[in-house]
Design a protein around this ligand. Structure first.
Ligand code: GLU
Length: 496
């Protein structure tokens, strides 16, 4: 049996955990959520959170993905205490460790060719067996090895996995986990093909162990999809003679339909959420709840620091966590509604710009803050402010069908003309000024207030629904846009 770590942390004061993303894509929500759990655990125990970039897959790793991962973690507030460390810069360390396993007889060179492996797989498949390497080069004599080398074969290095081995560990989330050596696919490749005088590029399951040992990792917290890797890695710890960390396998994030969340579900990369107008505070809060609940399960809104105080693996679920858009949206709206208005304005500016509005912050800041104040409480996501505020920014905005229909009703043109002429002699600064003007026109035209309000809304905002009318009017007035719109609306009304 492999030394099974206790569910009780042996040395909680020196907790060192890590997030180890592979830069083969943008920061994914699953990786980000794993980072959240690591961060919470580290901060709960006053430990260290380490960032390691697993970029050994040279073909698929790209610097722009690394940058996206660093930026994404930073955006979410998941600050790391050490790193980023790059595996690509640590090859010598791994090769030394491979050599150690070759020397101790835990690893060996395997000369089986790709063709031979394909044939083996095909014959296993034909017999309905799971594909596995049959360990055929495990016990080659030096003469046999020499003969294979003379054929020009280039070997990989494999790590021996005894079929009879039982592998058991106490997972911090899943409790006792059991694996059999025979379920691990035969002796595993730990280094790629290279001439027998060299050591080829060491591979994932091996370098992870070397790094976790070298970096003094005390708990490996990662997604449930790594359970089989853990079984293999435990054997490597043992062969290297290193002490074994605790393991915590966190539940996967599932689509709303309960399937594994994939690219097909649309949004999976963290910056997609940013572009959709989710706040980082809401995102981390939501991700914390994806698979964990606080001791007071009625509490849904908290900061990372607050969650860290009460975080433990006892309250992490084993079952997959379904992604719930409604909950994320609700949380996001709460965070938006609680923002200080200057902060909200800062965050809205990029979304207004994205909607195509020209923003001159130096001259418009007070006006922009008033716009933010007007719409902030109705926003669920920041990006909604683009369409919601278009009537305030876009001088070329056309009238909606419903607005046009209303404007063309009988009696609307005289009302708007009366508004326009009264407006010319009015200093429109406060809400009261607008209310007084509306009252004056209602009286002078002998119409219902409702008609004046609806006509004004149609004329000023180009639509029949939207944020508060009087506030909108004051904002349009500051830009001189109310008179222009009234004139346009009168022209439409009269063209009926
Ligand atoms: N590089 C692995 C991944 O991105 C993570 C490995 C680990 O956490 O041990 O899935």
């Amino acid at each position: 049996m492999v030394n099974a770590p206790s569910v009780e942390l042996l040395n909680p004061m020196s907790v060192r955990v890590r997030i180890a993303p592979s830069p083969t894509g943008n920061l994914h929500i699953g990786t980000a959520r794993t980072a959240v759990f690591n961060w919470l655990f580290a901060h709960h125990h006053g430990g260290q959170f380490i960032l390691r970039i697993e970029d050994t897959d040279i073909e698929r790793s790209r610097p722009e993905f690394t940058q996206n991962i660093l930026d994404g973690l930073t955006w979410l507030g998941l600050s790391w205490d050490e790193g980023p460390f790059y595996q690509s810069k640590r090859m010598d360390l791994y090769k030394t460790a491979v050599q150690k396993l070759l020397d101790s007889g835990h690893a060996y060179r395997c000369y089986v060719t790709e063709d031979e492996l394909n044939n083996l797989r095909a014959s296993q498949e034909a017999k309905g067996q799971a594909p596995r390497y049959d360990n055929r080069h495990r016990d080659l004599t030096p003469e046999q090895e020499k003969a294979l080398q003379d054929e020009g074969r280039i070997p990989v290095i494999r790590f021996k996995i005894a079929d009879s081995r039982e592998i058991v560990w106490n997972d911090l989330v899943r409790g006792t986990v059991n694996w059999r050596g025979s379920d691990l696919g035969g002796d595993m490749v730990i280094a790629r093909r290279a001439p027998a005088t060299e050591i080829g590029q060491p591979l994932y399951n091996f370098v992870v162990v070397v790094d976790d040992v070298d970096m003094g990792i005390t708990q490996v917290i990662r997604g449930e999809d790594h359970v089989a890797n853990t079984a293999k890695q435990l054997l490597i710890y043992e062969a290297l003679g290193d002490s074994v960390p605790d393991f915590a396998h966190t539940p996967l994030i599932l689509s709303p339909a309960g399937k594994k969340l994939s690219k097909r579900d649309g949004v999976t990369s963290i910056f997609d959420f940013k572009d959709m107008g989710y706040l980082p505070e809401a995102m981390v809060n939501y991700m914390t709840l994806l698979g964990w609940s606080p001791p007071d399960s009625t509490q849904e809104q908290f900061t990372l620091d607050e969650a860290a105080k009460v975080f433990s693996f006892e309250r992490v679920n084993k079952a997959g966590a379904k992604f719930d858009w409604d909950k994320l949206n609700w949380l996001n709206s709460q965070y938006i509604h609680n923002l200080d208005n200057a902060d909200l304005t800062d965050r809205l500016i990029p979304f207004w710009e994205k909607a195509g509005f020209e923003i001159d912050e130096a001259s418009d800041r007070p006006w922009l803050e008033q716009v933010a104040l007007l719409v902030g409480q109705s926003l669920m996501r920041l990006d909604e402010a683009g369409e919601m505020c278009r009537y305030l920014f876009d001088e070329t905005l056309g009238y909606s069908d419903s607005a046009t229909q209303h404007l063309q009703q009988e009696g609307v043109a005289p009302v708007l003309k009366a508004v326009l002429s009264t407006l010319e002699g009015t200093d429109l600064k406060e809400k009261d000024d607008a209310q007084t003007l509306i009252k004056t026109v209602t009286k002078s035209e002998g119409v219902k207030k409702g008609l004046v309000m609806k006509s004004l809304r149609a004329a000023l905002t180009c639509d029949l629904k939207g944020p508060d009318l009087v506030d909108s009017w004051l904002l349009l007035h500051q830009k001189g846009l109310d008179q222009k719109r009234l004139q346009m609306a009168i022209a439409i009304a009269e063209s009926a």
